[in-house]
Design a protein around this ligand. Structure first.
Ligand SMILES: O=C(CO)[C@@H](O)[C@H](O)COP(=O)(O)O
Ligand SMILES: [Fe+2]
Length: 228
């Protein structure tokens, strides 16, 4: 799959969300960080705002739920219009049932891992998912420095995906910018969330295009693409 860019609305001006969403039309997804002040020490937005955003933009919404009890809430984000819903495995009670429910309701099902959560215990769950999100910062805030200690986990996950012959997308989120996106693509990521690198730029749409170009160039040279 060609690399995809998902700008994070967390770094946008929340008083102008519709305009900020339109500013990145041309991106593959709009990444919406939902935080409940319990799973992470920050509070952002919920179902009503996602419903409004879905009406305000043609870009599909990639909802990243950093919340407790995703088993209870995630289906409501599909109903609100999200095209992809990511729950954290650390918070989910029944991740297989939840992934199946998200898919059955018509969205892509995705599971996220915090930096300290290994992929290996979840190998058998991968066929249930459309995307796996590897956090490259501790979740909670935009603008943090990329954790390059996550690169080996991205590589191991890409190997698992290839070994099982899965179509699953591999997303990275946190500190992804012009200086880190190539390392992520080389390690095997194919969906790139970028908040401050996009909304901190003078031209967000141009920042998306530039990141996509860098990711495409790095992916075309990456061994994981050619060795399988
Ligand atoms: O989920 C999160 C943070 O918890 C992210 O989606 C951030 O919003 C990414 O922002 P940058 O690190 O790219 O500034
Ligand atoms: Fe996120």
């Amino acid at each position: 799959m060609a690399p995809q860019i998902s700008p994070s609305i967390l770094s946008a001006d929340f008083a102008r969300l519709a305009e900020e969403a339109k500013a990145v039309e041309g991106a593959d997804w709009l990444h919406v960080d939902v935080m409940d002040n319990h799973f992470v020490p920050n509070l952002t937005l919920g179902v009503p705002v996602v419903e409004s955003l879905a009406r305000a933009t043609d870009t599909p919404l990639d909802c990243h739920l950093m919340i407790e009890e995703p088993d209870r809430w995630a289906p409501q984000y599909v109903e609100a219009g999200a095209g992809s819903v990511t729950f954290h495995v650390e918070a989910a009670t029944a991740p297989v049932r939840l992934a199946r429910e998200i898919r059955a309701k018509g969205a892509r099902a995705s599971m996220a891992l915090r930096p300290a959560t290994p992929i290996e215990p979840y190998e058998d769950l991968l066929p249930e998912l459309d995307m796996l999100l590897i956090m490259t910062v501790e979740p909670g805030f935009g603008g943090q420095a990329f954790l390059d200690i996550m690169l080996p986990k991205i590589r191991r996950t890409r190997e698992l995906i290839s070994r099982h012959g899965l179509e699953l997308w591999l997303q990275v989120d946190g500190g992804v910018s012009a200086s880190t996106i190539e390392q992520c693509a080389d390690a095997g990521a194919d969906v790139f969330v970028a908040g401050s690198a996009v909304y901190g730029a003078s031209d967000p749409a141009e920042a998306v295009r530039a990141l996509r170009k860098q990711a495409e160039a790095a992916t075309s040279k990456a061994s994981w693409l050619h060795d399988h």
